[in-house]
Design a protein around this ligand. Sequence first.
Ligand SMILES: [Zn+2]
Length: 68
Amino acid sequence: MATNSFRFCPTCAAAGGEWMNNREYRCPSCGFRFFQNVAAACGVLIEHEGRFLFLGTTWRFCGSGREC
Ligand SMILES: [Zn+2]
């Protein structure tokens, strides 16, 4: 969803909602709040004889010398 794509509140259909820092939408009529903070990540959980190992990564590790 593109930033600032709401013209009307998706909950109450009122006009006049505000975008804060292009990441948070607030509706003054009903108080609905929408946060645009998408973050991609992946991970795997390995279990062996009751012990667990979690391996994960996010986009922040790409290009920083770690596996991506
Ligand atoms: Zn609303």
